[in-house]
Design a protein around this ligand. Structure first.
Ligand SMILES: Nc1ncnc2c1ncn2[C@@H]1O[C@H](COP(=O)(O)OP(=O)(O)OP(=O)(O)O)[C@@H](O)[C@H]1O
Ligand SMILES: [Mg+2]
Length: 281
């Protein structure tokens, strides 16, 4: 079996606050993420998703337990650069992630700081902008782009590091439906075509439904871990955790409550329509 790109072992985390006494925010997380997988993380506000994500590239270090990135212990400072190169993060607010006044300079920022030679930077920037479909905006001013375009530039900036894994923490939350679709299709392309591991934190069930694997958090614990089609069948269980299911599943759930025999694994509109069509024919 190949080595996990990210592995946590009994990860426990408490923030240190001015009051000192900090409650436990991550309470014994054991999670292995395999190279090339597409994992979505769901959970209500404050369940610990962002805190967990920040352990994936050593922004935070465990209070107890271990986190390994590509086999490297994140608590070992000697590995910090290597870990940051392997796992890139994209955050919620696109405006906070722009550092330069021209798109291509923004994308070149991280590899420049790592001392990558100039011709190599040129190649990586061009590649990354092409991959996210922003090549024709290379000389544009980032602040004039749409939210979805800004997030794609932020993703290009991470890609220029040639990471094994990208972690997106609610990176579509501030976008309109078009921007959300742009970002999600970009992320899926990176996963399918380039084999980059994707960890997607989201409150949008239709996005989570597109992952290979769903991890559900609740109060610092992992309470579900499996394929979306399986986990979303437990509609009432998820609602009890303050979560919804994709609308295409919620509809089928209502029909079933009314005695209509339909499946519950209809993760998208197409499969929902197909199941209803079969019922009517
Ligand atoms: N810097 C901090 N200092 C102290 N406590 C914090 C800090 N950041 C987060 N917390 C607390 O840790 C817990 C988990 O927060 P976290 O941001 O990881 O949750 P989340 O699942 O990402 O929530 P959301 O869906 O709102 O983004 C919450 O109780 C939160 O108040
Ligand atoms: Mg969060």
């Amino acid at each position: 079996m190949s080595q996990s790109i990210i592995r946590t072992e009994n990860l426990i985390f408490r923030y240190t606050t001015e009051e000192g006494v900090a409650p436990t925010v991550l309470d014994g997380i054991n999670l292995s993420i395999e190279p090339g997988s597409f994992v979505a993380i769901l959970g209500h506000n404050g369940s610990g998703k962002s805190t967990l994500a920040k352990h994936f590239n050593a922004i935070l270090l465990p209070s107890e337990g271990k986190v390994y990135v590509g086999g490297l212990d994140t608590a070992d400072e000697d590995h910090l650069l290597d870990i940051r190169r392997q796992v890139g993060m994209v955050f919620q607010n696109p405006d906070n992630q722009i550092v330069a006044s021209v798109v291509e300079e923004d994308v070149a920022f991280a590899p420049e700081n790592l001392g990558v030679p100039s011709p190599e930077i040129r190649r990586r920037v061009d590649d990354a902008l092409r991959t996210v479909g922003m090549a024709e905006y290379a000389r544009h001013a980032p602040h004039l782009l749409s939210g979805g375009q800004k997030q794609r530039v932020a993703i290009a900036g991470v890609l220029a590091m040639e990471p094994a894994c990208i972690v997106l923490d609610e990176s579509t939350a501030m976008l309109d439906p078009v921007g959300r679709r742009e970002v999600l299709s970009t992320v899926k392309k990176l996963n399918r075509e380039k084999g980059i591991t994707v960890v997607l934190i989201t409150h949008h069930m239709d996005e989570a439904a597109q992952a290979d694997r769903l991890v559900v958090m609740h109060d610092g614990h992992i309470v579900h871990d499996g394929p979306p089609a399986q986990i979303f069948q437990d509609v009432e269980g998820l609602r009890a955790l303050g979560l919804e299911v994709p609308e295409s599943v919620a509809l089928m759930h209502e029909l079933r409550k009314n005695g209509v025999d339909v499946p519950l694994d209809t993760l998208d509109v197409d499969s929902c329509a197909a199941a209803l069509g079969k019922l009517l024919s």
